[in-house]
Design a protein around this ligand. Structure first.
Ligand SMILES: [Zn+2]
Length: 298
């Protein structure tokens, strides 16, 4: 066996699979719907990326366990949301899927990146969250305790002209970015997973559960697309910060990369006109005029 090691989920020594941190269907959809057929990672835009971050994390059985939830989520939520279909009430699989993603991202940050920015007293909460999520994923506990999962689907473009803080690329960020983070302040911490029009927040420590409405994923069943979501301003501000950061990264792209993008768009003008990126740019430019093109170098 080539990659013998301990599976992060079941702790057994087995051959490990190269596991995606963000599920592969998100990248597949991005590629399928992009003009260039490539996706670019926020952090390394000069490299065309075909696929997302992958690490040797899980054994085949555990990978399969996650794969089943991913298939249902892709079929019942992700694809309908991105292709104008309707989303039916969800079952037990949604909390399993969401927890599996938060667990993977937090494990990835802890083992492969770092969580040195976390205050000391929140590090024990990290370990506690990982344990509770793992036990829930292995059916050893009925729910992930206080380490809640919240999900926000962004079906429509954002058109709030009265919000002076709205970044000028926000519709592009919302509809076409894949982004992960482990975020914290002094007392609160969460996993942030942006999978195109889906935002998933997995709580490591939550200050004000009452600031959230209609976003918490329930254990057994529920409805994802509710009419009256409420999220705290900190989350909104964090998304704005991430969108602005994505804009800065795009601005730092090399001339050669911009040339390549330009060539791809010229080669596929019809594909570009039909693409979601085109619609998102249109929305951003209706709202912001020239400022929407801040990230496209003159
Ligand atoms: Zn395993």
């Amino acid at each position: 066996m080539n990659n013998l090691g301990y599976c992060e989920l079941c702790d057994q020594e087995k051959e490990l699979q190269l596991s995606h941190i963000v599920p592969s269907f998100v990248y597949k959809w991005m590629k399928k719907s992009s003009v260039t057929g490539y996706i670019r990672h926020g952090e390394t835009p000069n490299k065309r990326v075909q696929d997302g971050d992958k690490v040797y994390l899980l054994c085949r059985d555990c990978e399969q366990r996650f794969g089943n939830w991913e298939d249902i989520f892709a079929r019942k939520v992700f694809i309908p949301l991105h292709e104008e279909g309707s989303i039916d009430p969800y079952g037990k699989w949604l909390l399993k899927f969401s927890t599996s993603v938060s667990w993977r991202v937090l494990t990835f940050f802890k083992n492969y990146l770092d969580i040195n920015h976390f205050p000391h007293h929140l590090l024990s909460a990290v370990d506690n969250a990982l344990t509770k999520w793992k036990e829930f994923l292995l059916d050893k506990r009925p729910h992930p305790a206080g380490f809640e999962q919240h999900m926000l689907p962004f079906r429509d473009f954002i058109e709030d002209r009265n919000d002076p803080d709205l970044p000028s690329n926000f519709n592009r960020y919302v509809s076409r970015s894949i982004d992960i983070d482990a975020a914290c302040d002094k007392t609160e911490a969460f996993i942030y997973v942006k999978m195109c029009r889906i935002l998933l927040i997995g709580f490591i420590a939550i200050d004000h559960p009452d600031y959230w409405r209609d976003t918490k994923i329930h254990v057994n069943r529920g409805i994802l697309e509710k009419k009256r979501y409420k999220v705290p301003e900190t989350i909104r501000n964090f998304m704005y910060y991430k969108a602005e950061r994505a804009q800065k990264v795009f601005r730092s792209m090399s001339d050669r990369q911009w040339d390549l993008i330009g060539q791809d768009y010229k080669k596929n003008p019809e594909k570009f006109r039909d693409s979601e990126m085109f619609h998102a740019i249109t929305r951003d430019s209706i709202m912001f005029g020239d400022a929407a093109f801040d990230d496209v170098r003159k």
